[in-house]
Design a protein around this ligand. Structure first.
Ligand code: ADP
Length: 418
């Protein structure tokens, strides 16, 4: 092969990368590729290419910024860097040259003439730019850089704020988990102690009804602990993207009927009515039955939790285009408008955690702040959407909350317009 020079091509479009690799590779060049600026700079430093072909519109750092950065490195003051871009707009050539490029080529490339053009740049061709034009475009380049820097700073500040908030939520979460686990643990240890005492102090055998009572108490404690642990595992799975759906054809009516039946004893105790609309005509949807049950259960459970005794929960559903909208409305305390987006975040517990009481169904009995995050994760894994409507939070006026869970009928179809 006649040419042994190394050419680095920084380009995010795989098809363009392949084409250039093929065309220049067939001429005997050693072609290296990078799909973004940071990778490109690393490869350039490692391999010291004889020429760099630079796409301009790249994510994160654009081609002009990468060029300016490379020019600041001692090894790249004279390396030919040629812009290769689909952007033909007036001034883009001058801007690229002002940023440090030695040449400017436009895409799509002409396979017949491309290798010769590259050869010319390798042989030292430098496209001219008058001092006047250079000054003018350098100024524009500098302004663009500052603008991008400002955008990045804003972005990082936002991310940092979010991280600090998450850190706070996690600390609250640790306190809540300890609290949630300690309560059933106290229950278990109390019953175990009782049994132990009975065995030690009674000369005859322990009466069966007493054992029955103790076993019931132990079971209650263990099942609450299991719920807490399962919730933590669910949210960990969802956030790590490891939620594998087991899809089947499901009837939402069956799921909702089951949930309502399970809440019946609690509702009876608290005088809460659950009114379910006619769900028999809903289309069968594709989904993971267990996960969807968990998702809907969390919302219904919250409705009960945040509605005072003698309130009502309404569940209706209707088909909207190629999706089903499940609407769960309660007559409870409502949710402040500015909090409505956050309640679906992990660990988000509205109000102070000091007033947290451990109960799944008692009025305002708190949870771990994971329920809605789990629900949102499941709904989104089904390409669906969840949102809430509520006027305000008011424990006297009880404005209530209305949750919508929108689920596509089919998982195979293109993501519906939700
Ligand atoms: P938790 O498991 O603590 O109930 P969730 O993620 O289920 O957490 O809910 C987050 C927060 O959203 C709750 O702490 C509560 O303040 C608020 N919330 C959720 N559902 C309702 C509702 N139906 N009515 C009023 N507030 C609600």
């Amino acid at each position: 092969m006649e040419n042994r020079e190394t050419i680095l091509y920084i380009e995010d479009d795989p098809a363009s990368r392949r084409l250039v690799q093929r065309v220049l590779g067939s001429q005997g060049y050693n072609v290296l590729v990078a799909d973004d600026g940071l990778e490109g700079i690393t490869i350039a430093r490692e391999s010291n290419p004889n020429l760099i072909l630079m796409d301009i519109n790249l994510p994160n750092m654009d081609g002009r910024e990468i060029t300016t950065r490379l020019r600041s490195l001692p090894n790249f003051t004279n390396t030919p860097i040629v812009a290769l871009t689909a952007n033909h707009s007036p001034g883009s050539r001058e801007l690229a040259l002002a940023a440090g490029c030695t040449g400017f080529m436009t895409k799509p490339i002409d396979v017949g003439t491309f290798p010769n053009k590259v050869k010319n740049y390798l042989n030292g061709l430098v496209e001219p730019l008058s001092p006047n034009e250079r000054t003018q475009h350098l100024e524009r380049h500098a302004q663009n850089l500052v603008l991008r820097l400002e955008g990045k700073i804003n972005e990082l500040e936002g991310a940092n704020k979010r991280l600090r908030e998450l850190d706070r939520l996690k600390s609250d979460f640790i306190i809540l988990v300890s609290h949630e686990l300690r309560t059933p643990l106290t229950l278990i240890s109390g019953y175990a102690h009782l049994l132990d005492e009975q065995i030690k102090h009674s000369s005859s055998t322990v009466p069966t009804d007493m054992i029955g009572g103790v076993a019931e108490g132990l079971n209650l404690g263990v099942s609450r602990m299991r719920e807490v642990v399962n919730e933590i595992i669910s949210v960990a799975r969802i956030t790590s993207g490891a939620l594998d759906l087991i899809l089947s054809q499901i009837r939402l009516k069956n799921i909702i009927d089951k949930i309502v039946a399970e809440y019946e004893p609690i509702c009876e105790k608290r005088g809460i009515a659950i009114r379910v609309g006619d769900l028999s005509n809903l289309p069968i949807i594709e989904g993971d039955e267990n996960q969807l049950k968990l998702a809907i259960d969390n919302v219904v459970g919250n409705g009960i939790k945040y509605t005072p005794d003698n309130g009502t929960i309404y569940i209706v559903a209707r088909q909207v285009d190629n999706a089903v909208d499940i609407i769960i409305r309660d007559t409870g305390i409502g949710i402040p408008v500015d909090e409505q987006r956050h309640i679906f975040d992990q660990f988000y517990v509205l109000g102070s955690i000091e007033h947290h009481s451990t109960s799944k169904s008692a009025f305002q009995g708190g949870g771990l702040g994971l329920g809605l995050a789990i629900t949102k994760g499941i709904v989104e894994a089904h390409n669906g959407r969840i949102w809430v409507e509520s006027e305000k939070r008011d424990s006297d006026k009880l404005p209530g909350s209305t949750f919508h869970i929108l689920l596509p009928i089919s998982q195979k179809a293109k993501k519906p317009n939700l």
